[in-house]
Write a protein that binds this ligand. Sequence first.
Ligand code: NHX
Ligand code: ZN
Length: 632
Amino acid sequence: MSSLKNPPTKSRRDRQRLILGLLVSGGLFLALGMAVALRLQGPVKTLPYGQFRKQLERGEIASVRLGPTLIEGRLLAVNPQDGRPIHFRVSRVGMEHDVDLIRLLDVHIPGGDYEAETGPSPLQTVVFPGALFLLMLLAFSWVVSRSGGMGSAMAFAKSRARVYTGNAQRVTFEDVAGHDEVVIELKEIVEFLQTPGKYCSLGGRVPKGVLLIGAPGTGKTLLARAVAGEAGVPFFSLSGSDFVELFVGVGASRVRNLFARAQAKAPCLIFIDELDAIGKARGAGGPGSHDERDQTLNQLLVEMDGFDANRGIILLAATNRPETLDQALVRPGRFDRQVVVDRPDLIGREQILKVHARAVPLEETINLRQVAAITPGFVGADLANLVNEAALLAARRGKTTVGLPEFEEGIERLIAGPEKRQRLLRREEKNRIAFHEAGHALVARKLPETDPVHKISIIGRGNGALGYTLYRPEEDRLLHTRTSLENAVSSLLGGALAEELALGEASDGCSSDLRRATQIARRMVVEFGMSPVLGRLNYLKDSGLSSPTAAELSWSEQTAREIDLEVRRIIDEAQARARIILQGHRETLDEIAARLIEQETVDAAELKAILENAECRTEDTPRGVGGPGSES
Ligand code: NHX
Ligand code: ZN
């Protein structure tokens, strides 16, 4: 899927060209100005007025031009080096009324070679600025024509839609894997496009807009291209952010332009990626003026109402935040069909992997179902990356085929970045990292309903983590009970807690653990109604914005305080549970940490063995605190 990603947006390149053009014309302007100032005429001496008069009286001056504030002229003497004349300049400010001057000039300038000047020459006032203006105009239109492909400044208003016609990169539903239900729904759209007349003859109303809703990387763009490819119609593709420009009105005229072009090519498909960039609720959002975006959105609504879907234009749009869209966009006659593009399930992932692995030689024994099983939560783009990473790793290892170990390592690289083995660790720090990760793992293993620990490691990773615990979420866990959330918090707190128990105090390394733990606890209270004190209420405002800032929360100060206290209570109780586990299994904790220091990583099977071994030795192991179902 990554190979089909959009090329980088054009607008940035255009802006760079514009700035370059402005710089070039600015430079020209400066150079010309300096040339005018220097007049390219050899040395010019600036004389004091008194000096000038003395020299005049001594007959050392050849010619004089009297300006209103300035006297310029040429000395009789020449430059001894190159024989060029020496010019001079005298300010006469304050001396304008020197009544003797004319008499002196009459007497001392040979041949009466003096004259008055009324002001700057026409060359200076008209020709130079005119030429400059023309030059800048030329430079500007050159830039615009380079960027927009048309020779006028109106290129700004032209939409940047990429148009795909013909079969060059035709995508069909064959190329889309793992979204069978979505494909079924979109096939209807294909029929509308192919035979627009068939549906309206029965009085049906052809949909104008279809909204694809799904997380980034789930393949929404690919699906849109496949619809166009299947229908064999032109495909106008652009991103919502292409409309958002500095200049008010540009976005709106781009929308107009886009629809005009589409009308000319009907039947066709228009695809707007990141619709939320223009479609955010009007008047909502941050400070400052959103006039530009509002105008763009208004224009889009106007165009959607204006075009006749029966002529075979269908608008497809993608967003991952449908709740932020302006309600006007999803009303009947606009984006009234909504198709959710979910993260793929096990079978979907296997199908997607198969598509991406078509060009990759796999080991005989590998089954892509196995790879799909260990990649819960991955979307199409992730899986495409994974196949690529695995192939690169196999090549690096000198193998001719790609096997499961390469996929395993590829997953870790995608989640946490490449290994950073070179980092030199002090012995105490290595020890601390080991206890930290052992703490996470032990708590997770001892509490029910937690994601199983897949691997723990004290090898640093490219993302900056010094050590990590890889949880492998159980396949297709869509809902999380209160217990599972509480215990996830416990496990997150287990790292710092283990440091504290084993080494006397915790370190500053746990900040991201704490952030995630606090986030979970807060959502339990504010969003999931899991606090008995605050009740089964969702405290987010109606806008349903997924990341509430203080201003978007709808509660009183009293409630705010109660929320804080409840979040605090959840964290404290989770920590208490983790503490009981770590204290009750202190030897196991030491054992896991020792094993980590010895071999740097411990996988799920080794962890299980350590835990079972420890339980054989001590029969009176305290049971997990989470109630029945506590696992071994
Ligand atoms: C510091 N780094 O800031 C040092 C340099 C506590 C053994 N003082 O919790 O590596 O503290 O379980 C993903 C997730 C950087 C990326 C967490 C990048 C944390 C990670 C900061 C282990 N494992 N902390 C952890 C850790 C740190 C960091 C991350 C990340 C440590 C801890 C980093
Ligand atoms: Zn941690």
